[in-house]
Design a protein. Structure first.
Length: 121
């Protein structure tokens, strides 16, 4: 997942969002050690302190845990990961549905578009 950072929102929060997506998508599987702060910061092109702030936030959310002298690890709480994944999906659906309403589509038309799209992929 690329680091597509925008200037209109706090960078550390955007970093946390990318890392969260990596966890819920399975790119960073349950229990795996994630790259170091310095490695992640270099990959994202940000200051290590900014990446550290993102990781502390993720620790507060329970998605990662720090283990002394060994690094940070993805939580083993699969229910939390699933809950987070469902929440993110719901947020994306809300945005999508609002955009479709703005285009004048009703729920049945959106459902038909999704069905057609699903059949073509």
């Amino acid at each position: 997942m690329p680091w597509e950072l925008q200037n209109d929102r706090q960078i550390w929060l955007q970093l946390a969002e990318v890392l969260t997506r990596r966890i819920v998508s399975g790119e960073y599987p349950v229990g795996i050690r994630i790259p170091s702060v310095r490695d992640l910061a270099a990959e994202a092109g940000v200051n290590p302190n900014t990446m550290q702030r993102a990781l502390v936030y993720m620790e507060e959310k329970g998605l990662v845990s720090a283990q002394r002298n060994t690094g940070r690890f993805v939580t083993q709480d699969e229910a939390l990961i699933a809950q987070t994944r469902d929440r993110l999906a719901q947020e994306e659906l809300d945005v999508f549905c609002e955009k479709m309403r703005q285009l004048g589509f009703n729920a049945q038309e959106v459902a038909q578009l999704l069905k057609t799209k699903g059949e073509s992929t």
